[in-house]
Design a protein around this ligand. Structure first.
Ligand SMILES: Cc1cc2nc3c(=O)[nH]c(=O)nc-3n(C[C@H](O)[C@H](O)[C@H](O)COP(=O)(O)O)c2cc1C
Length: 183
């Protein structure tokens, strides 16, 4: 059986991003039998239809990397009760041209963290809606994580109850992705 390939996309361009830290902790929960890769989005230019005739190399690299995977794990902050512009920009590039929409048919899991009490809940609802329209199969389950400084230690999720909760989310994601990608 070929290895399932999972892209990890972090919706932040901040060096010390708490969502990147969470994403690294989540990758640690994914079995080694699955191929995971972080796909960079913070080098993409602002979407502009004028560039469609000759897409920049970084954009082609981005869409190629996403297209080569079976499933996508989004780990994103919430900005003003929606998703950060850097993530929406990446989604927009990936959605065009329509016949090459890289999100179509992808199994997707969402999560994210913020210091706030509802830890990215509203942002994730917006993301679920956008990806649903683009044909992604966004798995059920809600994983809104309030960030505390002791959440991640040495690249691993240190809080035991949060770890168990996120492990269940990841296991469900991988099981569905495997089922839908088995010929
Ligand atoms: C423009 C802006 C808008 C924000 N809006 C929200 C928000 O709606 N909800 C929330 O929980 N946090 C909000 N925050 C705080 C972020 O959760 C916090 O900055 C977090 O560290 C961002 O994630 P990152 O560290 O992965 O970049 C906002 C931050 C910025 C800069």
């Amino acid at each position: 059986m070929t290895k399932l390939k999972v892209a990890v996309i972090v919706g932040s361009n901040r060096k010390e991003s708490i969502n990147r830290k969470l994403a690294e902790g989540l990758v640690d929960l994914i079995p080694d039998s699955i191929e995971t890769s972080f796909v960079q989005i913070d080098d993409l230019p602002m979407y502009n239809m004028d560039l469609e005739a000759n897409r920049p190399d970084v954009v082609n690299r981005f869409t190629r990397e996403v297209a080569a995977t079976d499933a996508v794990l989004f780990v994103t902050p919430e900005f003003n009760r929606s998703i950060p512009a850097v993530l929406k920009n990446a989604i927009d590039w990936g959605s065009k041209p329509v016949d090459k929409n890289v999100w179509n048919g992808k199994v997707v899991a969402l999560t994210g963290t913020s210091p706030g009490a509802i830890g990215t809940a509203v942002g994730q609802q917006h993301l679920r809606q956008i990806l649903g329209i683009l044909g992604s199969l966004v798995i059920g389950g809600e994983a809104y994580i309030t960030f505390k400084p002791d959440l991640i230690e040495d690249g691993k999720i240190a809080n035991e109850s949060t770890k168990a909760f996120l492990q269940a989310h990841i296991d469900k994601f991988i099981a569905i992705a495997q089922k839908l990608n088995t010929p």
